[in-house]
Structures are given as C-alpha cells and as structure tokens.
Design a protein around this ligand. Structure first.
Ligand code: ZN
Length: 182
C-alpha cells in the first residue's frame, strides 16, 4: 500500500528510487502465486531487510516479496502503534477473519496512483513465522488488518483490482493503460 510525495527533495529522490525497484502492473510476478519459505537462513534475513528499507523509502505501509520479483511468501508491514517497528511475516496465513467488513480506499505500490474502494474484514488473526523461523500469532483490526490482507493477497497473485467493483476496476485499467503508453 502506498505512498505520497515527500516535500524534502532528498527523501523524495529516495522514494522514487525505491519505487523504481518495485514491479509494476503487467509484470507476471504480480500474478503468480508465491511459494512457502522453507529455509530460515541469512538470505531470508537479507531479503527481509531489503524489503523493509524499500518499503520505508517508498513511504509504503506494506510490501510483499512478489512486488520485488521474489515469488516467496514474505510480507512486511508497518504497525499501527506509534513508534512500533515495521514487522516481517513469513508464510503468513489468515487463521481467522471477522465476518464484518468495511469499505476503505486502497492503493498499491505496484499500481501507480490508482486508488479504489476495497471491502475488507475489520479484524483478522494472522499466523506466521519471523525471519528466524519462530512462529507467532497476531490479532489486529482496522488499517493494520487491511494492510495485512492486502499484502497476503499479493502472495496469491491477487490485486486490489480484483477486489473492487467492476466499474472501478474498468476505470483503473483504463488509467493504467494510459500511463503505460505515456
Ligand atoms: Zn499492493
């Protein structure tokens, strides 16, 4: 989930450099289901660090490995609490979701400036492993729940375009095609 421009030119330059590393709509990585991680090794740790730094520089609140072309089930996300460090989720699974859904606006670091309405469960419980392989469980609500559902969708090749209304999807596709040829 994105992102807006920085006022500070240096940070803005970093943001654009980070965005340039993120696969954009049309890239097959965004439509291919990712594989579970089996080795919790140094390579995974490095991959997670790279994801965290790109997400932060891009001013995103979440990022999934396939957005960097790695078809592995890894996501990173900012946490709601102020000052809390962003967190990595390896092989995340939605173990429970609230029946109640809420409509909210979502964008995506892989979809340029597109923003569409997406219904999401208001609360979820996610089971995952940390980059060292330790299992944990987290129950969250509101924006954090929305971000996790958005990023876990990426691991299955699902985009917000698939979750919004037919009309908003049509309009978004028109906009994406216009940007592609521009
Ligand atoms: Zn996204």
């Amino acid at each position: 989930m994105p992102t807006r421009a920085f006022d500070d030119p240096e940070r803005e330059e970093h943001r654009l450099a980070a965005l340039a590393q993120i696969r954009q709509f049309g890239d097959p990585s965004l439509r291919t289901p990712a594989s579970p991680v089996t080795e919790f090794d140094a390579t995974l740790g490095e991959e997670v660090q790279r994801m965290l730094s790109i997400m932060t520089a891009a001013r995103g609140v979440g990022l999934a490995a396939p957005q960097l072309g790695a078809l592995r089930r890894v996501i990173v996300a900012s946490q709601d609490e102020e000052g809390a460090e962003p967190r990595a989720f390896v092989n995340p699974v939605v173990a429970w979701r609230a029946e109640e859904e809420e409509l909210g606006e979502e964008g995506c670091l892989s979809l340029g400036e597109i923003v569409v309405d997406v219904p999401r469960a208001v609360a979820v419980r996610v089971e995952a492993r940390d980059p060292a392989g330790a299992g944990f469980e987290l129950e969250v609500e509101g924006l954090f729940a929305r971000v996790l559902l958005h990023e876990i969708d990426h691991l299955d090749g699902v985009l917000i375009l698939d979750r919004t209304t037919a009309e908003q999807r049509r309009e978004a596709l028109r906009e994406l095609r216009a940007t592609a040829v521009a």
